[in-house]
Design a protein around this ligand. Structure first.
Ligand SMILES: Cc1ncc(COP(=O)(O)O)c(C=O)c1O
Length: 400
């Protein structure tokens, strides 16, 4: 056979997958580059306050973990048994009976979203999400090839009639919800809505993926039952220590239903064999050390004061005719500018005054609401929040 050089161009390399092109880039990550200058006050990121990390307690937990060399070895895909027991104990104390065998530890709850998608979705399958929705969940679902349909809100309440209608129309594999202090809106489904969502899932035969990273960040109001309590066979629960201990630990988990437990475990094995053994062991030591409760109490007190500082300053910050909510917890306030205004163009002028927020548009799976914006209140002291909001107010002529 001749191997003479050919004069034709070499064949083009195969293109990337259609799925990889369907996920949007995160504006929060893009904005981080613009807001890195120390003079910028950024309400854009959903960052926990680093000065509230219990560094001493976490250092002691890593020291204790390293007493056993086994923590540097490969381990089981389901995760550290002690850590799973501690997480299960906390669920049970919170009113949701759980055993360690119901749990799979993941590398942050972000990985849990990917594992659930791998386990449940084939390309072209439909899922329902809240509209607007956590952006990195939308990215994960797009990469899984899902057809994503948004369930709208009426004011601050999920449109339950729309949920049922869309379920009948689309036969979704699951409904993804962040029921408590949602990202991006800070909204919480009340008890009546939770009962209705659980009943619709049971009636129409779809699963619920209940993502709860903010559940423990409650500053006012009473705790509500989780959806998993209301529809135990239909709900897959996701949890995380990112917002209550530290995101750098990358410890999350899935509370699976029995029918998918072994499939999720295989997906986890294929993804990364297991979450870092040393991080898991340190997290387990930290939980039993008793240091987590006072550290969380400090976080709750500080965030409550920061939320209040933001809520007090918003009337003199946002233009007349704006609306915003008053979340009982979490990290975010969701605001809407008056008719005719656009949050993305407002951001451009805000950045010239060294202050930032995230326009709401990118959190929508369908037609975006260009008037919306997300403000995070957890990163700065109340004084710095007031300073940032006063700069932001100047963007709109001091709100007038
Ligand atoms: C709703 C929601 N789910 C999941 C995550 C991912 O959290 P992690 O992977 O740090 O546990 C976040 C992070 O902001 C989030 O807001």
């Amino acid at each position: 056979m001749s191997t003479a050089p050919s004069s034709t161009a070499p064949p083009r390399l195969p293109s990337r997958s259609q799925r990889s092109g369907s996920a949007k880039t995160s504006p929060v990550r893009d904005l981080l580059a613009l807001t890195e200058r120390p003079e910028v006050i950024s309400f854009a990121g959903g960052l926990p306050a680093p000065e509230l990390f219990d560094v001493e307690g976490i250092r002691a937990a890593f020291d204790a973990a390293l007493d056993s060399p086994g923590v540097l070895q490969y381990s089981t895909s389901e995760g550290d048994p002690k850590l799973r027991e501690e997480v299960a104990r906390r669920y049970t104390a919170d009113g949701l009976p759980t055993t360690a065998s119901d749990l799979i530890i993941t590398t942050g709850s972000q990985q849990a979203l990917g594992l659930i998608s791998t386990t449940l979705l084939d390309p072209g399958d439909t899922i329902l999400v809240e509209e607007p929705c956590y952006l990195a969940a939308l990215q994960t679902f797009a990469l899984a090839g899902a057809r994503v349909v948004g369930v709208p809100y009426v004011g601050d309440d999920l449109d339950l009639e729309a949920l049922e209608r869309l379920a009948v129309e689309h036969h979704p594999k699951f409904f993804y919800t962040v029921p408590t202090f949602q990202n991006p809106t800070g909204r919480t489904h009340d008890l009546e809505a939770r009962r209705a969502i659980a009943a619709i899932a049971q009636r129409r035969g779809f699963r619920i993926v209940e993502d709860e990273p903010y559940r423990q960040l409650r500053y006012s109001g009473d705790a509500l039952p989780s959806l998993a309590e209301l529809a135990p066979d239909h709900v897959i629960g996701l949890g995380s220590f990112s917002k209550v201990i530290a995101p750098g630990l990358r410890i999350g988990w899935i509370r699976t239903t029995a029918d998918i437990h072994s499939s999720v475990t295989i997906a986890k094995q294929a993804a990364d064999l297991h979450t870092s053994t040393i991080d898991q062991a340190a997290a387990a030591h930290y939980l039993v050390s008793g240091r987590g409760e006072p550290a969380l109490a400090r976080i709750l007190a500080a965030y409550a004061a920061r939320r209040d500082a933001m809520l007090q300053a918003l009337p003199s910050t946002l233009p007349d005719g704006s609306t915003w909510n008053r979340p009982d917890g979490g990290m975010f306030v969701w605001a809407r500018l008056p008719e005719g205004m656009d949050a993305t163009s407002s951001l451009a002028s805000a950045l010239t005054r060294d202050v930032a927020f995230v326009p709401g548009s990118s959190f929508f799976s369908g037609r975006p609401d260009a008037r919306t914006l997300r403000l995070s209140f957890t990163t700065y002291s109340p004084a710095r929040i007031r300073e940032g909001l006063s700069r932001l107010g100047a963007t709109w002529g001091a709100g007038r």
